[in-house]
Design a protein around this ligand. Structure first.
Ligand code: GTP
Ligand code: MG
Length: 238
């Protein structure tokens, strides 16, 4: 490695750009496929254990009869999250990365194909649960329409400032496990202020999948998204 001019760094940068460009091209194809299925897709990103799958389970319990939901689960290993979703009668495809800390568009392309086979009548919403990680998923577009970043109360309210990219690139910020607020030193004001400083247009929701507080706001957001004119247009064109 050349210390003086940093040429090795430039090579790495070049490769990274090529990888991201190839990913973006496939993400564009994914978007077309999702819209051909009549659906909107939401990419869920957060640290491990912040409550992504539990939120999906609760969402299915509340609107699984009125909305056609499909789920793509991303994990490094195991199909446990997909099994949790299937146990509620909802089609779910498990993608395992075998070590990679994020999903990418080519992997999701395969997942979409499998989901399409399982749901010939189309879907309203496809949830893509990314690998538990607040860093790498932010760099890879999957073809989703919306990005939702989750942060749970036990993780601490300083996290938006420390992991800015996930918050900068998302449309919705969901603060989860609010039932644990009395037991943790979590400042809602700090989390909201830092997240809005990074991304003034963020839609912030607070909820608990355990006691149901705030779930109405989340469900309202999903219903509005499904009924949005842009999505209706996509369905007509598809
Ligand atoms: N108290 C409380 N616990 C919750 C809530 N949501 C999830 N949990 C618990 O948090 C733990 C992790 O939840 P998961 O939904 O599996 O988290 P995840 O983000 O899907 O985790 P990974 O897929 O491994 O990244 C489980 O023990 C859940 O029961 C909540 O709103 N309140
Ligand atoms: Mg999960």
């Amino acid at each position: 490695m050349c210390e003086e001019c940093g040429c090795a760094n430039r090579k790495i940068l070049h490769v990274n750009k090529a990888v991201l460009a190839a990913n973006d091209a496939m993400a564009g194809l994914n978007r077309k496929r999702i819209e051909a299925m009549g659906a909107v897709a939401i990419n869920l990103m957060s640290s491990p254990g912040s409550g992504k799958t539990t939120l999906l389970e609760k969402t299915i319990d509340l609107v699984g009869d009125s909305l056609k939901i499909g789920v793509i689960e991303g994990d490094i290993e195991t199909d446990r999250d997909a099994a949790r979703i299937r146990a509620r009668g909802i089609p779910a495809v498990q993608l395992t990365t075998g070590g990679a800390c994020h999903l990418d568009a080519p992997l999701v392309h395969r997942g979409l194909y499998e989901l399409e086979v399982q749901t010939p009548c189309g879907l309203d919403i496809i949830f893509i649960e990314n690998v538990g990680n607040l860093v790498c998923p932010a760099s890879f577009s999957l073809g989703e329409h919306k990005r939702v970043v989750l942060l749970s109360v036990p993780e601490g309210s300083d996290k938006p400032a420390k992991y800015p990219r996930a918050f900068m690139g998302s449309q919705v910020f969901v603060i989860t496990k609010t039932d644990l607020m009395p037991y943790f030193d979590f400042s809602l004001a700090e989390a909201e202020k830092e997240a809005l400083r990074l991304n003034p247009r963020l839609n912030i929701l607070c909820l608990s999948s355990v006691n149901g507080d705030g779930m109405d706001g989340w469900i309202d957001y999903l219903n509005k998204l499904v009924n949005s004119p842009a999505r209706t247009r996509a369905r007509v064109v598809a």
